[in-house]
Design a protein around this ligand. Structure first.
Ligand code: HPA
Length: 268
């Protein structure tokens, strides 16, 4: 067994021990998604991820760093509040470890959320956008050095499940879709970089999710990606993006986007 798989099974055994099992899906709540948590269901138990094998400390303000069991109707969810980022100096393996641990704990679907800058002038700050595809511009892969699954040359076509996107559109008709460009950060982009990203086909820009989505596909999980547009990307408004603006947009829209997630979960 390779190391990533070994550590994921260790974490999954600890999750089973402390939070139980029978999880239908894992949900990763990114920056700005804290207020969505209450909409998912009833929290049954929760632990700091640092008490589980393989998780580094998370340090960014607005990132909780816990994993909990949540009852959403008759389904159980494994919910991460806060995630591990490359920009904290972590490896691609560490960034995708939570998703791998969830797969090892039996989750068949992954709902990955994030805060993103919008590259389309018609995106409203505070609105949810369904990720239709991504540009992985991190220069990293969670598959490197692993032998997880049967296929190291992972097929990423339809990584963001058309079925789950259709369920989300049923819950919230008219929710736009977009291509998410994942960069390493933690600096925001320059206006020139945003122009470049737009010409490459990006609609959203952020510093997470892409490695987790690759790992989820590698582990055979069906993935839904949802971005909360927290700001217009650099050069598109008078002010540049700021972390406070990202947190404020999350606080203003968390409840509504949380309901969207719960609606999809009810239809899984
Ligand atoms: N750029 C990168 N990451 C982000 C942004 C942005 O504008 N907004 C929220 N996360």
């Amino acid at each position: 067994m390779d190391n990533a798989r070994q550590v994921a099974s260790e974490a999954a055994a600890q999750i089973a021990d402390r939070l139980g099992g029978g999880f239908a899906a894992t949900v990763v709540l990114g920056t700005g998604w804290d207020d969505a948590f209450a909409e998912l269901g009833e929290l049954e138990a929760q632990i700091p991820t640092t008490e589980l094998a393989g998780f580094p400390a998370t340090r960014v303000e607005g990132h909780g760093g816990t994993v909990g069991a949540v009852a959403a109707g008759d389904r159980r969810l494994l919910v991460y509040r806060g995630r591990v980022h490359l920009y904290e100096g972590n490896s691609a393996a560490a960034v995708s470890h939570g998703v791998r641990a969830a797969a090892a704990a039996g989750c068949e679907a992954a709902v990955l959320t994030n805060a993103a800058g919008g590259l389309r002038p018609h995106y409203r700050v505070g609105a949810a956008v369904l990720i239709s595809d991504h540009l992985n511009l991190t220069g990293a892969s969670p598959v490197e050095g692993t032998e997880w699954g049967t296929d190291r040359f992972v097929n990423l076509v339809d990584s963001y499940s058309p079925r789950l996107r259709a369920l989300a559109a049923e819950v919230a008709p008219g929710t736009p879709e977009g291509v998410y460009a994942g960069l390493r950060g933690p600096h925001f982009e320059t206006p020139a970089e945003i122009q470049m990203l737009r010409s490459m086909g990006a609609d959203l820009v952020g510093m997470s999710t892409v490695l987790e989505a690759i790992a989820a596909r590698h582990c055979g999980m069906e993935t839904l990606g949802v971005s909360l547009v927290t700001n217009l990307a650099a050069g598109m408004s008078d002010e540049g993006p700021s972390h406070q603006e990202v947190l404020d947009a999350g606080a203003a829209s968390g409840t509504a986007v949380g309901r969207l997630l719960r609606g999809v979960i009810d239809r899984l």
